[in-house]
Design a protein around this ligand. Structure first.
Ligand code: WT7
Length: 570
């Protein structure tokens, strides 16, 4: 296949020469940018917000929040004060102390950012939850982490389980109109002092807990620590290319790691103006945001770009997008087709970035100063090492496909899987962290994504575990057995497809399919609900009774099913 090459045109990027940077890179030099380098006292919220107030950026806009006609802006000074107020509320009225797990379950709003920063100032470990989660998903996460406090809004309150969670001491509600034994955030916030003594932490203290899916078992809690900020900062500088006058927009929700590492930490550690757009996706709202806020740097995902592509090139002409200078993508393979489209409509290269919840920050990316090979994820962040290894941990030569692996020890690497040390250990072969992706590296050191090694599904940039969906499906009275796979889809990358064997006494009807789909949507999460359901009399299983998703996938794609020796003859 012919590879399109897109040459670097940016005359003055923060990282000017990749090879030089790799040669001279020293994490210790990066650490000198933080006040804890002198004081030894760590707190992400201080480095991201308060420090800038002391260093001349007090009146610079830190946050633009836009949702339909609503637009509000907050300076670094205002954000410092608002997060101090939130910290006082959490400490004094919800009893939060260092190390407590505080969950934040709400749609994007300024209060989400105030309370997340406030929780960090108190020294809590923050657990952000995507607003689409339903009761079971919320319960699993609160239970696993022994969460003490959850902050939410009246709309989402009914999804918070009130029983059997002995550690959950306080439910904090943002927005009025609810009666009951809740802490009224707005009222307390209003009366709280805007001064707060930050809780100082150590570099290995917990900071943020993101739950993510694997191919087996319940979602796992990936813990990141304060030290991660070193990599958030430098990747914000080198990869996002953040500079003083930039207006930066990351489209991801803080319920996912992109929405915290690059929707909160990286931009603010670099003192940038950060844009948050609430509400639903529409080409008009998105192009409108870029135009009206003069956004210069835009970080989004292939699914979003493909939806914009689908909306046509004409609509782009209705907007003045000339403020844009740098565009990036993450979450799924960025098709060469999409990069080509980006050149056509924005006259800009879309820079692919590869990383994972577990890595905490960028690992393999396309830098502004680097030529882009359409379809490649780029090269490793200076200071990190990536390789393709076989299942024994041996490095493979260029152009050989294998496990994409990273050398242990980068600052933003997860430090544990909450309450599951065995799972954590299973990620490593010797000194290598094994990603679960397969890839190859070409002679020039560019990495090329090939697929997942396991059964994890990436749909519209969101990672869903088949096991979690299968478990929900079999709770439905009509479902005997279920197997879930990702089916390739032109817009979403993959969609969730479920194969279902139903119980006797039920009919294989379209109504039943719809009922089952809604059951998952309302019981687990909208993005996890199967978009396609197929009834089967029986599902392929191993002799030990494990559903063989590999065979389901082969059926779906009309491929040979491979080795069937472990399949149950029945
Ligand atoms: C998985 C991690 C942290 C970013 C959001 C997703 C896939 C991520 C790319 C890319 C191809 C990608 C991988 C990875 N992925 N970026 N640029 N090209 N695939 O984080 O939910 O932890 O998922 O997303 O399969 O393992 P996540």
């Amino acid at each position: 296949m012919k590879v399109e090459l897109y040459e670097a045109t940016d005359q003055n990027p923060n990282l000017k020469n990749y090879d030089e940077a790799v040669k001279n890179f020293d994490w210790n030099e990066v650490e000198k940018n933080f006040s804890w380098y002198e004081t030894g006292k760590y707190n992400m919220a201080y480095e991201a917000i308060d420090k800038h107030v002391e260093n001349g950026l007090a009146d610079k806009v830190a946050l633009h929040y836009k949702n339909g006609e609503t637009h509000s802006s907050y300076t670094f000074d205002e954000l410092k004060k608002a997060s101090n107020k939130a910290a006082n509320v959490l400490k004094d009225e919800a009893g939060v102390v260092k190390g407590d797990r505080v969950f934040i379950f709400m749609a994007r709003s300024p209060e989400l950012y105030f309370s997340l920063l406030g929780a960090l100032k108190v020294g809590a470990i923050v657990g952000p939850l995507f607003e689409a989660f339903m009761e079971k998903a919320v319960r699993d996460r609160l239970e696993n982490s022994d969460a003490k406090v959850i902050i939410t809004t009246p709309e989402l309150l009914p999804r918070i389980p009130m029983d059997d969670l002995p550690n959950l001491e306080k439910v904090v509600v943002v927005g009025d109109g609810v009666e009951g034994d809740y802490l009224d955030f707005d009222k307390s916030f209003e009366n709280a002092s805007d001064e707060f003594d930050i809780e100082w932490l150590d570099k290995e203290d917990g900071m943020i807990l993101h739950y993510t899916s694997g191919s087996t078992g319940q979602p796992k809690g990936v813990l990141h620590v304060q030290q991660a900020m070193v990599q958030h900062y430098i990747s914000g500088k080198y990869v996002l290319d953040l500079k003083e006058d930039d207006v930066y927009w990351c489209t991801a929700d803080p319920g996912w790691v992109t929405g915290t590492s690059y929707g909160i930490f990286a931009p603010w550690l670099n003192g940038a103006t950060n844009v948050v757009v609430g509400g639903r996706f529409s080409p008009e709202a998105w192009y409108g945001a870029i135009q009206n806020l003069n956004i210069t740097i835009w970080y989004s995902a292939p699914t979003a770009f493909r939806m914009l592509m689908g909306a046509g090139d004409e609509i782009v002409k209705d907007y003045d997008l000339s403020s844009l200078r740098h565009v990036l993508s993450v979450g799924e393979p960025l098709n060469p087709e999409v990069v080509k489209w980006g050149m056509k409509v924005f006259n800009l290269r879309i820079h692919d970035t590869w990383w994972m919840t577990e890595t905490g920050a960028h690992m393999i990316v396309n830098f502004p100063s680097m030529d882009i090979k359409g379809g490649s994820m780029g090269k490793p962040l200076p200071g990190t090492e990536a390789a393709i290894i076989d299942d024994e941990g041996n490095e493979l030569p260029p152009n050989r496909m294998g496990n994409l692996a990273l050398k242990k020890g980068w600052p933003a690497m997860m430090r544990k899987i909450w309450k599951n040390d065995a799972k954590y250990d299973s990620y490593f072969i010797g000194d290598w962290y094994v990603s679960g992706d397969s890839a190859y590296m070409d002679e020039e050191g560019y990495f090329w994504f090939q697929g997942r090694v396991d059964d994890v599904i990436m749909t519209a940039g969101e990672r869903v575990g088949p096991f979690e969906i299968e478990s929900k499906l079999v709770e439905h009275p009509a479902v005997q057995e279920a197997g879930v796979i990702g089916k390739p889809d032109p817009v979403r990358g993959e969609i969730v497809k479920a194969f279902i064997a139903i119980r006797e006494g039920f009919d294989q009807t379209d109504e039943l399919k719809e009922e089952i789909r809604v059951f998952v949507k309302e019981g687990l999460a909208a993005h996890a609900a199967p978009r396609e359901i197929e009834f089967k009399d029986k599902l392929p299983k191993t002799r030990s009774g494990k559903i063989m998703r590999r065979v389901l996938k082969a059926w779906e794609l009309d491929l040979p099913a491979g080795d069937l020796s472990s399949m149950d003859d029945e």
